[in-house]
Design a protein around this ligand. Structure first.
Ligand code: NAP
Length: 233
């Protein structure tokens, strides 16, 4: 059955793959993004102007929504001593406040939807300490807290889950994956000896928005090649 899904940030990386996957299943997608002109020319993809680094949005949303997924994120990797207040505030704004504000705006429509589901994004660096991740891990830690709180508050009407990927080959991770040497050395740090593929993570988003995950809520799903759970030697 066709669903109506709101996504934020569907113009590149995992979000763009999720948009493709949702459309190929026939779902109608509203996409809140900075550059609606980058979206595919498709009558069932509706662009809405949205900037996660600005104040709460006022968007022309449909009456009912069956799903919401939020993709905007940052990678501010710096030694702790060099992080500025502005770095912390920007990471918190884009990763947490942008998601919380847009979800508040979408909540009335999600409450009218059919088995509605929400998917948020964290990072492997919340559950596993990694150097230079102090700001982003703090912001994504807030997203994990929001996931569990909202999953409790909105049950049984709306399911809320969160995906925590490790390094995935997208424009956001560009500086970390822009050579074969860098990719190979990152792959070696993962028990599965590879980095993430945005298409696979997009399939996980589709699963969490869909009817096959209807017994799942309040989860932080690790999509990290085993990095956070396994030590091979
Ligand atoms: N890639 C990784 O290695 C990795 C690892 C751990 C967690 N994650 C998380 O996974 C999620 C998806 O990441 P990704 O790698 O797919 O990132 P990406 O390639 O940068 O895509 C992010 C999307 O969000 C949009 N966006 C970014 N900032 C925005 C803002 N201020 N307002 C509105 N839209 C904005 C981008 O739009 P524009 O086209 O306008 O830039 C783009 O469509 C993020 O939350 C990220 O933190 C990624």
């Amino acid at each position: 059955m066709s669903k109506t899904i709101l996504i934020a940030g569907g113009t590149s990386g995992i979000g763009a793959e999720a948009l493709r996957a949702l459309r190929s299943d026939g779902h109608v997608v509203y996409c809140a993004c900075r550059s609606p002109e980058k979206l595919p020319d498709d009558p069932d993809v509706h662009g809405l102007a949205f900037d996660a680094s600005a104040a709460s949005p006022s968007l022309d949303l449909p009456e009912a929504l069956d799903g919401f997924a939020y993709f905007p994120g940052t990678i501010t990797l710096k030694p702790f001593g060099r992080l500025t207040t502005q770095d912390f505030l920007h990471d918190f704004q884009v990763n947490f406040l942008g998601a919380a504000g847009l979800l508040q705006a979408a909540l009335p429509a999600l409450l009218k939807g059919d088995n509605s589901a929400v998917v948020l994004f964290s990072t492997v660096a919340v559950q596993t300490g990694l150097p230079f991740h102090a700001s982003i891990s703090a912001a994504k830690g807030a997203v994990e807290g929001l996931t569990r709180s909202l999953a409790a508050e909105l049950a049984p009407r709306i399911r809320v889950n969160c995906i925590a990927p490790s390094l995935t080959e997208t424009p956001l991770a560009g500086p970390l994956v822009n050579s074969d040497e860098k990719k190979a050395s990152s792959a070696k740090r993962h028990p599965l000896n590879r980095i993430g593929d945005p298409k696979e993570i997009a399939e996980l988003v589709k699963f969490l928005l869909g009817s096959q995950s209807m017994f799942m809520t309040g989860n932080i799903i690790k999509a990290d090649g085993g990095l956070s759970s396994l030590k091979l030697f």
